[in-house]
Ligand binder design. Structure first.
Ligand SMILES: [Zn+2]
Length: 296
């Protein structure tokens, strides 16, 4: 089944909620970047939450998320748009540890337990929003819960889980974000808190193959949820050879000449999708502006 995301409201509009199945998206990221199990989980949780935060945007808006902890995995960068396209990478993909005391992938050890989580929303011509909070757990979901409460002042519950198979491929991945709207009453808040306390870990729901709708039913109660719409989600990078050419051109003729003389070419790798762009001498000469040899 292809990945998709569900947008919903609950408790007569007092709550808005998102849930996503992201198995293929995370598998694509793992395949491209060769992440090992613990970093697959760290990157996968970040991508899962990013896809839902993208779904909170409109039109051409974009969101960029950086989880910069002090752990060996290094920074995790992800971006997403309002149309279900998400991409991301982790600086050091080859980080893996034994399971933690709870028998789970030790994401906090890979990410680190101090550092910053920052969010930049590019709202086109209208606005730019930047929020930053300290990392509070390194387990990712808790860090986003803290982010929503402290940076956006929206009380939220965030869950994301990634299950890695013995061959390191992604067996299952998914998550949810539940947010209290202004004016939500005490009763609703305490019912959701109780449900969150009683429910199994998100990783168990994901392992059991629960759909995004079923995840929301578990978190909020089936009778309380009204699904607004669904949207396909996928890993997609918007890099292209043309963009890299533009970047090289912008370096100027002198720098391009240095690449020709010293390196006999140039190579650029996209961090997000690991696509390799190669330029030989002839390619580089074409990128030099044509008037470079004209008399001044
Ligand atoms: Zn790319």
């Amino acid at each position: 089944m292809s990945d998709y995301l569900v947008r919903a409201i609950a408790f007569d509009g007092q709550v808005r909620a998102y849930a996503v199945q992201s198995t293929e998206t995370v598998e694509e990221a793992r395949r491209r970047q060769d992440t090992w199990a613990t970093t697959s989980a760290a990157l996968g949780r970040t991508l899962t939450i990013s896809s839902m935060m993208g779904a909170m945007l409109k039109g051409d808006d974009k969101i960029t998320i950086k989880v910069e902890g002090d752990g060996p995995a290094g920074p995790i960068i992800a971006d997403a748009n309002a149309n279900g396209k998400v991409r991301g990478y982790v600086k050091n993909p080859h980080v893996d540890f034994d399971l933690n005391a709870k028998g789970k992938l030790d994401v906090a050890r890979a990410v680190g337990t101090s550092g910053t989580l920052s969010v930049v929303k590019d709202l086109g011509m209208r606005d730019h929003f930047t929020g930053q909070v300290p990392i509070v757990s390194g387990e990712i979901s808790e860090d986003f819960t803290y982010y929503f409460a402290n940076s956006e002042q929206v009380p939220s519950a965030v869950g994301a889980g990634v299950l890695v198979d013995t061959d390191h491929s992604i067996l299952a991945s998914g998550g949810f974000i539940v947010q209290m709207m202004p004016g939500a009453d005490e009763e609703t808040t305490s019912e959701i808190e109780k449900r969150l306390t009683d429910m199994p870990a998100i990783s168990s729901l994901v392992r059991d193959g629960k759909t995004p709708e079923q995840i929301l039913h578990t978190v909020l109660g089936e009778e309380n949820v009204r699904v607004l719409d669904t949207m396909p989600v996928q890993f997609e990078c918007h890099c292209s050879r043309e963009r890299v050419e533009m970047a090289i051109s912008s370096l100027g003729d002198e720098e391009i000449q240095r690449m020709i003389d010293e390196d006999q070419g140039a190579e650029a790798k996209c961090h997000f999708c690991n696509e390799d762009y190669q330029f030989d001498v002839e390619d580089l000469q074409e990128l030099q502006s044509n008037d470079s040899n004209s008399p001044s």
